[in-house]
Design a protein around this ligand. Structure first.
Ligand code: ZN
Length: 260
């Protein structure tokens, strides 16, 4: 057997993984308050129904549900009162959730919660609350909820730590991408996930900001046709005073505008 030449080691170019871009992406650009560097941000539509933003929101939601370290799961039904449309029931009951929480805080002790609304096949809503709380008596809970909404079917169970509550709930949201009567399907109590300090992450105070109805990449190609672009994140490009374009190293996956 003759010598077989060793395969040369292939050197992979170091580029960030390609991330899908929201089909509705627009570009917001402006000049840095201090530096004179220009920043161009690719926006996203953030809709549950968007093929790119929807899965991203699900990922973020899972992360946020788990971050609150829940130990119980409460299901609150809303009933189907005669002559009332699902949207009316939603309007009437969603405000009762914080009322119920106030009651629990007063009678039982500290509780933090994340609320995920699910729509039943009938079109009527019910609520899943992922909570971090002491023991709550089911009958008392049922009595309080009934007092607030006239619906009494309430379930409370301890969350087994091995049970992936976040994935379980986010499943509902991906299954039903749109709900006819609202876009706000999740909410969180103030103390749910005490956000870690993120002092390193820069904030930008942009001047002469403007919005262009094109994608970030097209914006850069149009205005800076001669600039060298090594690689680019889908959401942020920095244009230095020397006309060089650099990507932003920060993962944009962690951006959470708080609007659920
Ligand atoms: Zn989108």
């Amino acid at each position: 057997m003759g010598n077989v030449a060793a395969m040369p080691e292939t050197v992979q170019p170091t580029a960030p993984p390609s991330v899908a871009i929201c089909p509705q992406q627009q570009t917001v650009c402006g000049r840095d308050y201090n530096g004179g560097w220009k920043h161009a941000f690719g926006t996203r539509c953030n809709r549950w129904s968007c093929e790119v933003c929807g899965p991203q929101r699900t990922r973020l939601l899972c992360k946020r549900l788990a971050a609150g370290k829940p130990n119980r799961l409460i299901t609150l039904t809303c009933g189907r009162p005669a002559g009332r449309e699902p949207g009316e029931v939603w309007e009437a009951t969603r405000r009762q959730v914080p009322e119920l929480i106030r009651k629990i805080r007063k009678q039982v002790g500290d509780i933090e919660y994340a609320r995920v609304m699910e729509v039943h096949k009938s079109g009527y809503p019910h609520y899943h609350l992922v909570v971090r709380s002491p023991f709550i008596d089911q009958q008392l809970l049922s009595k309080w909820w009934c007092h607030l909404t006239e619906a009494f079917i309430v379930d409370i169970r301890k969350v087994n730590p091995t049970w992936k509550v976040a994935e379980y709930l986010s499943k509902y949201l991906t299954k039903q991408l749109t709900v006819p009567f609202t876009t706000s399907r999740c909410s969180f109590s103030r103390g749910w996930d005490l956000k870690e300090e993120d002092d390193d992450k820069p904030t930008y105070d942009l001047r002469e900001a403007s919005r262009e109805s094109c994608k970030l990449r097209s914006y850069l190609d149009w205005y800076y046709p001669d600039a060298e672009i090594d690689w680019l994140t889908p959401s942020h490009a920095i244009i230095t005073s020397a006309g060089q374009i650099i990507g932003d190293l920060w993962e944009d996956d962690d951006d959470d505008d708080g609007n659920w």
